[in-house]
Design a protein around this ligand. Sequence first.
Ligand SMILES: [Zn+2]
Length: 58
Amino acid sequence: MAKSISCSDAGKDCGWSATADTEEVLMSQVKEHVLAEHKEIELNEKSITSIKSLIKEA
Ligand SMILES: [Zn+2]
C-alpha cells in the first residue's frame, strides 16, 4: 500500500500532495516541499510527528 499526504489536510491553502511507497520516501518529499514552500513551518520532532499523523494509506 502506498502512502499519501496533502497540504490541504494540514489546513494549508496549498494544492500540493504526494504519494510514495514508504513513509520514509514520503517524508523526504514533505521536507523538500516544506523547505521550498512553507518556510514558516519549523521541521522539528513535534511538527514531524503531526505531519506523520496526516499520512493516509492510498
Ligand atoms: Zn504545501
